[in-house]
Design a protein around this ligand. Sequence first.
Ligand code: NIG
Length: 396
Amino acid sequence: MTVLVQGISQLVTNDPALGEGPLGVVRDAALVLDGERVLWAGTAASASDVGADERVDVGGRAVLPGWVDSHTHLVFDGDRAAEFTARMAGEAYEAGGIMTTVHATREASDEQLTGLVQARLAEMLRGGTTTVETKTGYGLSFVDEVRSARIADATCDVTTFLGAHLVPADFAGDIDGYLDLVCGQMLDGVLAALSGPPGGYFIDVFCEDGAFDEARSRRVLAAGQRVGLGLKVHGNQLGYGPGVRLAVDAGATSVDHCTYLTDEDIDLLAGSSTVATLLPTCDLSTRQPAAPGRRLADAGATIALASNCNPGTSYTSSMNLVVALGVLQCGLTADEAVRAATAGGAAALGLTDVGVLRPGAFADLHVLDAPSHDHLAYRVGMPLTHAVWRRGKQVA
Ligand code: NIG
C-alpha cells in the first residue's frame, strides 16, 4: 500500500541530491511511502504526478528522519537518583556507581528486564526515536552479560557488548583475569546468544582512568575484531586520555563521549572515518564541560549526537533535548545538530537505510509541531514531537 504524506512545510531528507544543503531540505514537500520504505520524496507541486492509495496531511509541519540514538544503556533495573542528588550537591561523578546498577540488574528476572527495556523503547518512540542501539554492561558476569545481550538483541535495533564496562567486585585486583573472561568465555557466550552474524553487532570498552587503560582496551577491541564485531570505544569522558587515538588506530566505527579533546584528537577524528559521538545530556548531568562540537565540526569530523540513556550519567532518552543541547551547549548549528542525530547516528552504527528520507530508505518519520527543525533549539524544552512513523506505520 502506498501513502502520500503532504502538507510538509520543510522536509529534511539528509540527501543533498534531493534538496538544499547538506540536509537536503525540500520546502513545501511531499513524500510517498510504500510499505515500510520511502518510494518518493520531492516538492508538493511535483507530487501531483505521483499516485498513492492513501493521503495524509501533516498540516504545514516539518518532517525529519526519525532520530537514530546510537548510544544507550537500556538493559538495567533500579535508579540512582540519590547519587544524582549528591552530585548536584557537589560530589564528583565516579565510574564506581555503575556497580549499584549491576547489583540491581543481576537481581531482576529476564521478564522484568525485558519489560523495562520495552517501556524505555516505547518512551523513546513517543519522542521521535525510531532506531536504537543499546549496550550490555550492567551484568559483568558470564550469565548476566549473555542474558543482557539476548534481551538487547530481542528488543533493540543494534546491540553492543560492553562486558568491559568496569571490573566487578569479584575480580577486584585482577583486571587481567576479568579481561580473560570478557575476551574468552563471555564473548563466546554473547556471540552464541545473538540472532544474526557478528558484523551487525559491536564490542565496546570504557577506556578511562578508573576503568580500562589503553593496553587493556586495545586487547578488548582486538578480541572483538577477531570474531568480526564492529568496534566502539567509550573515551575522553572524564578527562584527556588515549580513547580517541585508540579508536582511530583500531578503525572503530565510533568513539563516544569526546568531552575532553586535544587538538591532536580532533585532527585524528577529522582525518578518519571514526564518528565522534557526543552525549550532551551526560555532560550536563555529570557537571562536565560541554563537548567541543564546534571544534569538531570546523575540523570536518563526522559527528553523532546520542542520549546515552542510563541510570547513572544521563537518565533521559529525549533526543529533542539532545539536539537542542548540541546547538546551545556544544556550539553546533541547527542543521549540524539535526544531521548528527539522524545521519550521524546511522554512521555511528554503520547503517545506511535509517537517518535519511530518500527512496529505498526506511519510512521513519518524525513530524514536528513546528514549521522547521531549528525550533528544536529555539523552543528548547517544548513538546515538539507531533507524530512518529516507524517502518511506514504511524506509531505515535
Ligand atoms: O556512558 N561511561 C561509562 N558508562 C556510562 C555510565 C554508566 C553509569 O554511571 O551507570 C556512560 O556514561
